[in-house]
Ligand binder design. Structure first.
Ligand code: FMN
Length: 165
């Protein structure tokens, strides 16, 4: 439960690299997400190259924090592997697991949305040379935090109902 309550979006990073062992754990956490009919339609592109980071920041203005972070991971979905139209939910669960995996290993992280913003989807597809069937869903920035992030209070009991609305 602590990891769930501790996770917060981090927008200020140290440049320290993420060891492969920790990166694999975070990717394993992402791959352990639930998916409709267990299709696991996701793919991951790990980007450490700073020139590519600069290009990403140009096409996704709300991903400036990538400038100082050691890496970003693009969560992609394969439209030909999804069950019904559940690709978005599957990739969302996968992205959230990635954030929690990063928190569990002591890293800061933030989910930067790509899909369904059409111009972002197109720009990332071009930048990363994605095949037609692969949709860029989210960018997850990961690294050691360089700022203290205030505790958040999100318990809203008024939103809970039992049995009926
Ligand atoms: C679909 C989605 C898209 C998001 N896109 C961005 C983004 O582009 N840039 C950013 O800094 N944060 C982004 N966020 C993070 C939210 O701003 C953040 O989760 C929210 O403010 C709550 O804060 P918390 O994550 O610290 O609990 C996104 C979150 C989601 C779920």
């Amino acid at each position: 439960m602590d990891i769930l309550l501790e996770r917060k979006s981090c927008r200020s990073y140290k440049t320290d690299p993420v060891p492969q062992e920790d990166l694999d754990y975070i990717l394993h956490a992402a791959m352990s997400a639930p998916s409709a009919m267990n299709t696991r339609p996701w793919h991951f592109i790990v980007i450490k190259n700073k020139e590519t980071h600069t290009k990403i920041i140009q096409i996704h203005k709300a991903s400036q924090m990538l400038a100082n972070a050691p890496l970003g991971i693009i969560v992609c979905g394969d439209v030909t592997k999804q069950y019904k139209n559940y690709l978005q939910q599957d990739c969302g669960a996968c992205t959230q697991n990635m954030l929690l995996g990063a928190t569990a290993k002591g890293y800061g992280s933030v989910w930067c949305g790509i899909y369904p913003i059409e111009e972002r989807v197109k720009a990332f597809a071009d930048l990363l040379n994605l095949p037609q069937n692969i949709v860029p869903f989210s960018l997850v920035v990961i690294g050691k935090q360089s700022e203290y992030i205030k505790e958040k209070q999100r318990w809203e009991p008024e939103k809970i109902r039992y049995e009926k609305w």
